[in-house]
Structures are given as structure tokens and as C-alpha cells.
Design a protein around this ligand. Sequence first.
Ligand SMILES: C[S@@+](CC[C@H](N)C(=O)[O-])C[C@H]1O[C@@H](n2cnc3c(N)ncnc32)[C@H](O)[C@@H]1O
Length: 210
Amino acid sequence: MSLYNKIFAHIYDPFMAAAERKVLGRWRRELIGPLQGKILEVGAGTGVNFPYYSKEAEVLAIDPSEEMLAFAKRKLERENFPARIEVQALGIGDASLDEQIAPHSLDAIVSTLVLCTIPDPKAAFERFHQWLKPDGKLLALEHIHGEKPLRRKVEQLLTPVWKVLAEGCHLNRDTDRYLREAGFRPLSEKYFHLGLRWYAAELQPMPGEA
Ligand SMILES: C[S@@+](CC[C@H](N)C(=O)[O-])C[C@H]1O[C@@H](n2cnc3c(N)ncnc32)[C@H](O)[C@@H]1O
């Protein structure tokens, strides 16, 4: 892992703090608070979501970045979170993750600020279908591509540079549309603006998609 990975991990929480206080914290609480049962959190990063899980949640939190997970592990050691949370340094696509998660065994998958980053979201959606119970839920909180043509153009142009600065993050993903096209039906969804356009949704696999 590079020095830049370390720097990114160190600045992540302070960099996000104002947005968390202003809006994101509320959305995390609303989406994550009601979850119960077996949950996979993908791209858990520094463990920002950990305080929001209830004591009914049993969470496997994965992230391929050891640097980000070091902060998550420190939070687990220091805080007495209500949920049972285990962290593992794995990413979507790692074979050992596929081996650990039985088909249709998860009550929920949590993805916050991750579908902008992972290299192949469509491959991730296939795995989500494979892992979720038929009535399982996918909770997504993601920034997405803007709507207006000028904004889309600017985000398109900035993405190659932004990707390098922000550890693979894309500004130009229509994640809300990708999710629907991949066979996830929103049970509730909300769009809001916070510098970028954001999408917060509770989704369920459509029958026959698994
Ligand atoms: C912007 S951070 C979001 C962290 C956290 N989920 C949050 O809400 O603040 C994106 C995270 O996705 C992780 N990531 C990148 N590729 C991944 C993959 N293939 N599978 C799972 N996580 C991945 C990164 O290491 C990083 O920690």
C-alpha cells in the first residue's frame, strides 16, 4: 500500500466531518438503524457506520484497504458499539468472501460511498443478488452523477483527476439507474444535494433476479 493510501485514510474522517454533521449522519442513522440479522457492509472504510447499527445486527464489515480498516479496528477497540461487528480486509471480488457467504444468507448489505469507487459495480450487484435473502435489503447512500448537462460535462471531465486524488472515486456514475437496471427495486429512495447529487435508498432484489 502506498503512502497516499495512508494519507487518504488519515484525512478521511476529518475531511468528511462537516458533511456528516450536516446531512450524511442523519441518512446513515435512518438507513442503518432499523437493520437486524446478518449484514455485510462493503467498503466499511474507517468504520463511520459502526455507531448506527443496533444490537440486533451482526455485521461483517469488509474493505480491501488495511489503512482504512486500521481506523475501523481502533474504533471497535475504543467504543462499545451495540452491534456485533467483525472486520476483514477483503474486497468485493475476493474469492474468500464468496466462500464465506452462503447464497441467499444475508438480511442486508450496506454500501455507503462505495459504489462510486469499486472498479466494477455491475459485478458487485451480481454478488449482492447471490448473497441476499429474497426479502433482504440493500441500503445505499451514494453520490451520483448530476442531472444538468453542464454539471454532467464538468463531472465527466473531472473524473480522471478526481479518481487519482480520491482513491478511485468516480463523479460520473449513475448509480441509482445502475441499481434499477441490475434488478433492485427501491422500497424508498431520496435524492438530495450536498455539493454533489446524492442518492439514499433502501432496495430489494426483484423476484427472479438472483
Ligand atoms: C469513500 S470510502 C467509503 C467508506 C465508508 N463506507 C463511508 O461511508 O464513509 C470507499 C471505500 O471503498 C473501499 N473499496 C474499494 N474497492 C473496494 C472493493 N472492491 N470492495 C469493497 N470495498 C472497496 C475503499 O477501500 C474505501 O475504504
